[in-house]
Design a protein around this ligand. Sequence first.
Ligand SMILES: NC(=O)c1ccc[n+]([C@@H]2O[C@H](COP(=O)([O-])OP(=O)(O)OC[C@H]3O[C@@H](n4cnc5c(N)ncnc54)[C@H](O)[C@@H]3O)[C@@H](O)[C@H]2O)c1
Length: 321
Amino acid sequence: MDLLYLSRADVDSVALDMPTIIRLLETAFGEKGEGRVEMPPKPGIHTQPDAFLHAMPAYIPALRSAGIKWVGGYPGNQRLGLPYISGLLVLNDAETGLPYAVMDCTWITAHRTGAATALSARYLARPDSQVVGILACGVQGRTNLQALATVFPVKRVYAYDVVAEAQQKYVAEMALQLGIEIIGVDEPRQAVVESDVVVTSGPILQHPHATIQKGWLPPGAFASAVDFDSYWHPAALAQFDKVATDDHDQFSHYRRLGYFQGTPNPYADLGEIVAGHKLGRERADERTMAMNLGLAMDDMAVAPEIYRRAVERGVGTRLPL
Ligand SMILES: NC(=O)c1ccc[n+]([C@@H]2O[C@H](COP(=O)([O-])OP(=O)(O)OC[C@H]3O[C@@H](n4cnc5c(N)ncnc54)[C@H](O)[C@@H]3O)[C@@H](O)[C@H]2O)c1
């Protein structure tokens, strides 16, 4: 009995493509919308202010995927030259329960979160969305834009970060990678007021800095709040015609913990929308938002495909159980 260990470099080298990740998430959310996914809200421990270590189990029968992610998010790590997000993911055989793979979860967390934004946007944003605002030019700022560019005809991006060097690096890298115009801006407002799609991807804070004010986001635009409500003033949140989330139970769980005190109740979760039980965008002038909190199911939708491709290519290290 053994398992396959995939290091961060191993997972990187598999380089699963974004359209496949979005497709896998769409299948998983469709299953969730029909009540066919087992996923308890994530428990966590908190060893530093605004930091977390979360246990995230999920079982998706249609994808024969069962497992758990044990993931940390530490805002102070940037100062230490360490990643904000780190952790491990274990896949278990659905018949026997035996673990058959352990992998670094950094790549998967980065990419499935971007894919969840793009999937939400496919249902909630205008299909002709061309201008994207990115507030926080880190890992999520990158993968969210990559995913959006696979679904929408993105032509221009306004990018903002509190750290000037992070912003400059982002502008250079993403312009080269995607071949689109990326404009670094000095004020958060400039990344919002002309955008069709806005992604906020800074630190998650229990007490939001609430920088984005009422009236900044144009009618007809879509926003993805990867960093929860940290960036949005309650009056700006109140202007949305539709706020969706990825899981009602998890949203309520976080609200009980003290988050989302100024956020309207989500009208739908992404599973309900993908399964067709709730409508996405109905009018061109609606302001819509995805407040996706990140689900274990997102990871378990993608991890078995990474495992399969790693096995095919002979990537990874066999370890005895
Ligand atoms: N919702 C989800 O599913 C999900 C999943 C993964 C990560 N996250 C969250 O996404 C966020 C970003 O993660 P990451 O891996 O990209 O981190 P990262 O460290 O790579 O990037 C964070 C960036 O934010 C910048 N920043 C800090 N404060 C800012 C502000 N007020 N305005 C603009 N920029 C600011 C930093 O300079 C840095 O460039 C974290 O809050 C993380 O917890 C959410």
